[in-house]
Write a new protein. Structure first.
Length: 326
């Protein structure tokens, strides 16, 4: 056939194996940060794992409003209704014996619930029970946890940077450099270590914004103001450079199982923690398929995801600033 025929055009635009792998691996990696996902690709999950689970659906931003904010200079503040809702949740938790919940955690629960105080309280209460049960508040002071985190960095090829120009931590993860077979073995033999270390990483990622919020609250008190600053999350940069067709995540069931449990930890205990995701060094064709994949992995609150081809990093630099990037 001539180049103008549909057959030839189909061949010219056929999705290459490497691009397909990037698409799937990107969906899995983003899903780990964004939500408690259940994907139904063959072999990913056994039917038993899907019992009593509601299917995922794409929800528009308009269906679930986020916490409203008021901009004042470089600081965003909660609106009066949201600030009052956070105080109500804090009051209920105090009545349950939870005296020092994180302000950022309360705000994120409220945002995840669509400003539903009862739902936010339920999630915050579950988080506080989990933190007490797993002794999460002491992770940052634990030498063993710090040792495991260094091991985890080598395994998943990431670095923690920041704060960026908005006071957030930045995680840069070289997904394209993963040794999929090695991670799969670790996921089979040391899954509990992976899960606990992931909680440690989340604590490290949220620490800069929590400290910045405490400082800002003290400054506002000295100024005689009662405004509540909006809690910030963190930024994730997923680098796909070096990815190959042999890295198909569907061939590594133990890794996928571990990543699914990690995504559950994020959704249940660190809701709305990631603000912005950049997928860098991604194939151009990935943008086309991302329109479909994003419905599987993105939460309904309108998290921002940027696909940046190789060499095109302006959006990342503009968002985070150059100083916190390699």
């Amino acid at each position: 056939p001539t180049p103008a025929t549909p057959v030839a055009m189909h061949a010219r635009h056929r999705l290459r194996p490497t691009t397909a792998v990037v698409a799937v691996l990107s969906a899995v990696a983003v899903g780990v940060f964004c939500r408690d996902w259940v994907l139904t690709w063959p072999g990913m999950l056994s039917p038993g794992n899907l019992k009593n689970r509601e299917p995922l659906r794409a929800v528009s931003v308009a269906e679930r409003p986020s916490v409203s904010t008021v901009q004042a200079g470089d600081t965003e503040f909660l609106g009066l209704a949201e600030a009052s809702a956070v105080l109500e949740i804090k009051k209920r938790l105090a009545e349950d014996g939870f005296r020092k919940p994180s302000e950022g955690m309360l705000q994120r629960c409220l945002q995840a619930s669509g400003n539903n105080v009862d739902a936010a309280y339920q999630q915050a209460s579950e988080i506080m029970r989990w933190r007490r049960r797993e002794d999460v508040d002491n992770l940052l002071e634990s030498l063993a946890a710090a040792t495991d985190e260094r091991w985890y960095r080598q395994l998943l090829q990431y670095d923690l940077r920041g704060p960026d120009r908005k006071g957030r931590a930045v995680m840069i993860e070289a997904v394209g450099q993963w040794d999929m077979a090695a991670v799969d073995v670790v996921a089979r033999k040391q899954k509990e270590r992976m899960l606990r270390t992931h909680a440690m990483v989340c604590e490290l990622l949220l620490q800069p914004s929590e400290e910045a919020m405490k400082t800002r609250v003290q400054e506002l008190k000295l100024e005689g103001r009662e405004s509540v600053p909006r809690a910030r999350g963190f930024v994730a940069v997923l680098d796909m450079a070096g990815i190959s067709a042999k890295m198909n995540p569907l061939q590594y069931p133990q890794l996928l199982s571990a990543l699914q449990e990690i995504s559950q930890i994020n959704a249940r205990y660190y809701p709305e923690a990631v603000e912005h995701i950049f997928i860098v060094n991604s194939p151009t064709l990935l943008k086309v398929f991302w329109k479909i994949l994003s419905k599987l992995v993105l939460p309904s609150s309108g998290i921002q995801v940027h696909m940046l081809p190789k060499g095109q990093y302006d959006a990342l630099v503009e968002e985070c600033g150059r100083d916190c990037l390699p």
